[in-house]
Unconditional design. Structure first.
Length: 117
């Protein structure tokens, strides 16, 4: 007959391990998830860089315009007129980034944001 330590895991040890894992996940999980605002900012930055490359490639002005009604940034150009002011209202939209695709992101600030190349 054995009288010593029993084999297996006690309930107290399981509870302790689950508690430690829960604390570690609660502290570390927010760092694992990229915030939607940062993702949207990175995508708009990439859109600005792409617009610059399009302007160089086409040798024509390209505009990145914030459309407040649609709540999105649009990369526009005009197919026939190469003046900078007409490009903002150009009929051709090359790329659009909607804020609604990113959960909880609200764009505030100037309602007429335009960047030319």
């Amino acid at each position: 007959m054995r009288t010593g330590h029993s084999r297996g895991v006690s309930v107290l040890e399981i509870i302790l391990v689950v508690a430690v894992l829960g604390i570690m996940l609660a502290v570390g999980f927010p760092r694992l998830v990229t915030p939607a605002a940062r993702m949207y900012a990175n995508d708009v930055k990439a859109q600005l860089e792409q617009a610059r490359y399009e302007a160089i490639k086409r040798n024509a002005p390209v505009a990145v315009v914030y459309d407040a009604d649609a709540d999105r940034f649009e990369t526009r150009l005009h197919p026939t007129d190469t003046s900078v002011t007409v490009t903002c209202t150009g009929s051709t939209v090359l790329l659009a980034r909607d804020a609604s695709e990113y959960r909880g992101v609200v764009v505030t600030g100037p309602r007429s944001l335009v960047h030319y190349w």
